[in-house]
Ligand binder design. Structure first.
Ligand code: C2O
Ligand code: CU
Length: 432
C-alpha cells in the first residue's frame, strides 16, 4: 500500500456535460487524455477518454428520443461502445464479434438507437474492457423523464477506483493473472466524481450513482441529508426505499432523492474502515425548499412476466482462486464452459419468460449483467424484487431472476468484474 491509498478527495467538478443536445449527431472521440482524478493540485493522470476527458461527457437524452452518436476511435486500439442497460436494437449493442466488428484504430462507427426507458445508464468500451474501461473509456448516459420529479439539482456521481503508482499514473498491470483469478483489478485510490459539486442548504437533490469500477463492489454511505432510493439500474422502485448504506456491484446504478441539510458526503466502507470519496459543498441556503414527500418516479413500461409458461435455466458460476475444479478451460466458467460458446446458452422465442437460477459456487461475489433487457430479482419470499440489468450474487449464494426476453438478437450475459469476464465468465443467449 502506498501513501495514495484512499486519499481524501477534493471537491472538484470532474464530469463534463455533453455539448448541446440540440446537435442531432453527437460525437464521441476516444483518445489519450490527461484526466483529473487526483485531488486538487496533484496533477493529471494519463488515461484514455472521450472528447478529452475521462469519464467521457455525460450524454443526456429525452425518453423516446433517438440517440445518434458517431464513435471515432482514436484510442490506438480496436474498440466498440456498449450502451449499458438500454433496451436497444441488437446491432447497436457494441459487442465485437457478436453484434458488430470491432472498430479499428482510426475507424468510425455510427450508433443510432431509441432510448425507450428513462433512467441512469452509462456507456463503456466493450473490447478488452478489462483494460479499456480501467484506462477510462466510459461515461454517464442519462435518459430524462418527460415529466421529471421536482428537484433543485440533478447530479451524477461516478464511483470508481484506480490503481495508481507513486506518481499518480495508472499502474500498467493490466491483464494480471492474479487479478483475473481473484477479485479483479482493485484500485488503491477511490473517488466519487460529480457532474456538479455545489448545492445549497435545503436543496432537494437527485443523485445518480454509477459504479464504473471494473472490480470493486462499492459499499457507500451518504451523509448530510435525508432521502430515499428511487431507482436501481435506471428502473424506478414502486415505492421509494429508505436510504441506508448502498451496495453497488460493478456497472450497477442507484438513484437517490435527498433533501440536503448541509454538505453531502460520500464514503466508502471497507473491512478496514471508512474512506472519504467526495463531498458536495453547501453554499447559501434555499429559501423555498421542496417539502412534499418523495414520490415514486413514473413507472417503467416493464413487460408482464408470464408466470405459467416459464422456461427454467440454471447458470452455475465456477472457478477462481480457492474454487473447485470445473470443466472449463480458463479460470472461470459458467456451467463447465469458459468463454463464448459457439451455440447460445439458450434460444428464446420473443416474449418468452424465463426463470434463471444463478448459483455461485465460487469464493467471490459476482455482478452478473444481461444485455438488452432488465429482469426481476426474485426475493427469498418468492415476491418479485428489483428490476435490474445487473445482479450481485454473493459467494456461495444463489439468486433467481425472472426475465421476459422480448428484445430480438444475440445478447451477452457476463460477470461485470471485467477480469472475470475476460477469463471465462461469459456466455450469450439468442432471442428470435
Ligand atoms: Cu456493461 Cu457487457 O457490459
Ligand atoms: Cu465475477
Amino acid at each position: 500500500m502506498n501513501r495514495r491509498q484512499f486519499l481524501v478527495a477534493s471537491a472538484a467538478t470532474a464530469l463534463v456535460p455533453a455539448t448541446g443536445r440540440a446537435e442531432a449527431q453527437l460525437r464521441l472521440k476516444a483518445g489519450p487524455v490527461e484526466a483529473r482524478i487526483l485531488p486538487g493540485s496533484e496533477g493529471t493522470t494519463r488515461m484514455l477518454g472521450f472528447n478529452g476527458s475521462s469519464p467521457g461527457p455525460e450524454l443526456r437524452f429525452r425518453q423516446g428520443e433517438r440517440a445518434a452518436v458517431s464513435f471515432e476511435n482514436g484510442s490506438g486500439q480496436s474498440s466498440a461502445i456498449h450502451w449499458h442497460g438500454i433496451h436497444l436494437d441488437n446491432a447497436m449493442d457494441g459487442v465485437p464479434d457478436l453484434t458488430q466488428p470491432a472498430v479499428r484504430p482510426g475507424g468510425t462507427f455510427r450508433y443510432a438507437f431509441d432510448v425507450p426507458d428513462a433512467g441512469t445508464y452509462w456507456y463503456h468500451a466493450h473490447h478488452r474492457s478489462w483494460e479499456q474501461v480501467s484506462r477510462g473509456l466510459y461515461g454517464p448516459l442519462v435518459v430524462e423523464e418527460p415529466d421529471p420529479p421536482a428537484v433543485d439539482r440533478d447530479i451524477t456521481v461516478v464511483l470508481d477506483d484506480w490503481r495508481l503508482d507513486d506518481v499518480g499514473q495508472l499502474h500498467e498491470s493490466f491483464g494480471n493473472r492474479h487479478d483475473f483469478s481473484h477479485a479483479g483489478r482493485m484500485g488503491n485510490f477511490a473517488r466519487a466524481l460529480f457532474s456538479h459539486d455545489t448545492i445549497r442548504h435545503g436543496d432537494r437533490v437527485r443523485l445518480r450513482l454509477i459504479n464504473a469500477a471494473t472490480a470493486r463492489i462499492f459499499s457507500v454511505a451518504v451523509t448530510g441529508g435525508t432521502g430515499r432510493i428511487v431507482a436501481h439500474d435506471g428502473m424506478p422502485l414502486a415505492e421509494p426505499a429508505p436510504l441506508g448504506d448502498l451496495l453497488l456491484a460493478p456497472a450497477q446504478r442507484t438513484d437517490l432523492i435527498l433533501d440536503a441539510a448541509g454538505p453531502v458526503s460520500f464514503s466508502l466502507r471497507t473491512r478496514t474502515g471508512s474512506y472519504p470519496l467526495g463531498t458536495l459543498l453547501a453554499s447559501g441556503s434555499n429559501s423555498a425548499p421542496v417539502n412534499s414527500p418523495i414520490r415514486p418516479l413514473p413507472p417503467a413500461g416493464a413487460p408482464e412476466p408470464d408466470r405459467n409458461g416459464v422456461a427454467h435455466l440454471t447458470l452455475v458460476m465456477q472457478g477462481g482462486a480457492m474454487g473447485r475444479q470445473h470443466g472449463g478451460s480458463d479460470f472461470w466458467a459458467f456451467n463447465d464452459h469458459s468463454g463464448m460458446p459457439v451455440a447460445p446458452l439458450h434460444r428464446f422465442t420473443r416474449g418468452e419468460t424465463a426463470l434463471i437460477t444463478l448459483r455461485n459456487d465460487t469464493a467471490f461475489a459476482h455482478g452478473i449483467h444481461l444485455h438488452g433487457h432488465h429482469f426481476h430479482e426474485i426475493r427469498r419470499d418468492g415476491v418479485l424484487g428489483h428490476y435490474r440489468d445487473t445482479t450481485l450474487v454473493d459467494r456461495q449464494a444463489s439468486r433467481d431472476i425472472l426475465c421476459v426476453f422480448d428484445n430480438p438478437g444475440k445478447w451477452l450475459l457476463h460477470c461485470h468484474t471485467l477480469g472475470h469476464q475476460a477469463s471465462g465468465m461469459k456466455t450469450w443467449v439468442e432471442v428470435t
